[in-house]
Design a binder for this molecule. Structure first.
Ligand SMILES: [Zn+2]
Length: 485
């Protein structure tokens, strides 16, 4: 075993001033030194004496290089994503395919040799789409492409369409929308310097139909939440109020057509028919697996994603990619012999899309445990850019230091922001949380639509995501200081 001084010196040279040493061959048994920086190196990260990214690179540089090297060579996550999408398919709560995915994920995690591989029962909503259609019946007949919004009631409605772009416009119309079909035509701007503006746009899908119902509308249509459309509608959840009306998304192209017809002075009439039904809750499960900590096994770092998807496309980006990324991160750390001080726990949540029951159930069932961090990936399997942190200033600074190890991936960007829906209950309970930030410039082209299929995912991006998550999870679980403290 190398002496502490030699070790420090070598690592310092390796990361601070000289080019990094060549990574250990993947097949070579891990050296005890590389195995666990915590036991060999007087690490300065990220305790009170932290001096910045260099000290982190010095202390975890060797481990992170080994992780990134191994991640760049493994195609197991991609093979798993291929199986999940092509052989299991989309995975809406209550569907047989979601339960096949749960069983498959559990058996894969067990095959990876993890500890405490298990499923934890969650009762989930069971909404089914049924047959659906929509058409303009006047002034010019035109078949539309339509997707009922998750949770909508079924029914057939024919009526005049009223177009609104804002809630103020809807309120100004008030009772005038009674018996009519309200079209929420909020235009999602193209991806730009301000990002995708999903939050500003999706609010109309989330709450618009219920507001229209309150005013007496007979049905609601929502322009798909996407800036780029090739005539495929994008579904998603909508909140239902006391009065329930059929609610569906239509394509950008059809929303534009209706708007042009209305602007030309025509009365536009639409027939909407939805076969949606809500059945009794169904049994599903979260899937868990662990790499138990060597020194503080009861302190948990959760790395999670959601296994369910909408009932269109293949749920490849959303969130199959996140699931296989988390599975692979844990598998690589185990294979490299990188046993951290604390426990890293993969949680594949069920029912994110239309209920978040898996998220709430997990937080409730594990409320007594000490979660020191939670990391989620749920914005697609694109190239990693960094992390969004929902936590205190200390956790933000620590994340910046750790992310500096991800320079080879270009994933060093760290900012405050939303970390992820499935770890929100943990965040509310005071856990500092992180979201993997990826290049989302094309995410909403595919999101919640028939186009979210495997061919839209780049295998190299998945490998890079695995590297970013594995390094972050490893250092969070191994560093002497507690995340955020
Ligand atoms: Zn998702």
């Amino acid at each position: 075993m190398r002496s502490l001084a030699l070790m420090c010196s070598a690592l310092l040279l390796g990361c601070a001033t000289a080019p990094p040493p060549p990574p250990a061959p993947a097949a070579a048994p891990p050296s005890p030194a590389a195995d666990s920086p915590s036991s060999n190196v007087e690490t300065k990260v990220p305790d009170e004496n932290t001096t910045g990214p260099v000290s982190c690179a010095r202390d975890y540089g060797d481990a992170s290089r080994r992780i990134l090297e191994a991640a760049s060579k493994s195609d197991r996550a991609w093979r798993r994503l291929t199986h999940l999408t092509d052989r299991i398919g989309h995975r809406l709560s209550g569907s047989k395919s979601l339960e096949r995915a749960v069983a498959w994920a559990k058996s894969e995690l067990a095959a990876d040799g993890h500890e405490n591989v298990r499923t934890e029962k969650v009762m989930v909503p069971h909404w089914v789409r049924g047959a659906e259609s929509a058409s303009i019946v006047a002034p010019t007949p035109h078949e539309m492409r339509v997707l009922g919004l998750g949770g909508t009631v079924g029914g057939t409605v024919t009526g005049e369409v009223v177009v609104v772009r804002t809630f103020e416009e809807l309120d100004a119309l008030g009772g005038a929308v009674k018996g009519k079909i309200v079209l929420f035509d909020k235009v999602m701007p193209p991806f730009g310097p301000n990002g995708h503006q999903y939050g500003e746009t999706v609010v109309f899908r989330n709450t618009g139909p219920a507001k229209a119902a309150e005013l007496g509308a007979s049905a609601a249509l929502v322009r798909s939440v996407t800036a780029t459309s090739l005539r495929s509608p994008h579904t998603g959840a909508t909140r239902s109020g006391k009065r329930k009306i059929p609610a569906a998304s239509i394509t950008v192209e059809d929303a534009e057509l209706i708007k042009r017809l209305v602007a030309s002075g025509e009365t536009v009439e639409v027939k909407l028919s939805l076969g949606a039904r809500t059945l009794p809750d169904a049994e599903s499960a979260n899937v868990l697996a662990e790499l138990r900590g060597k020194e503080k096994p009861d302190e948990i770092v959760v790395i999670g994603a959601h296994l369910d998807s909408w009932d269109v496309g293949q749920g490849a980006h959303d969130d199959g990619s996140g699931c296989v990324t988390m599975m692979e991160a844990l598998a690589l750390l185990r294979e490299l012999g990188l046993g951290p001080r604390r426990t890293i726990r993969v949680v594949l949540f069920t029912n994110e899309e239309n209920g978040l029951r898996g998220a709430f159930e997990y937080a409730k069932a594990h409320a007594e445990e000490k979660h020191v961090a939670a990391l989620e990936s749920d914005t697609g399997g694109f190239a990693p850019q960094g992390f969004r942190v929902m936590g205190n200033e200390k956790s933000l600074e620590q994340t910046r230091i750790i992310a500096s190890l991800l320079e080879p991936l270009g994933a060093t960007k760290v900012e405050k922001g939303f970390s992820g829906a499935d770890i929100m209950p943990l965040a509310r309970a005071g856990v500092n949380t992180l979201g993997l930030q990826v290049d989302t410039s094309r995410y909403f082209d595919f999101h919640h639509s028939e186009a979210d299929t495997l061919d839209k995912v780049n295998p190299a991006d998945i490998r890079a995501d695995v590297g970013a998550v594995a390094v972050m999870a490893y250092v969070l679980a191994d560093m002497p200081a507690t995340f955020g403290k």
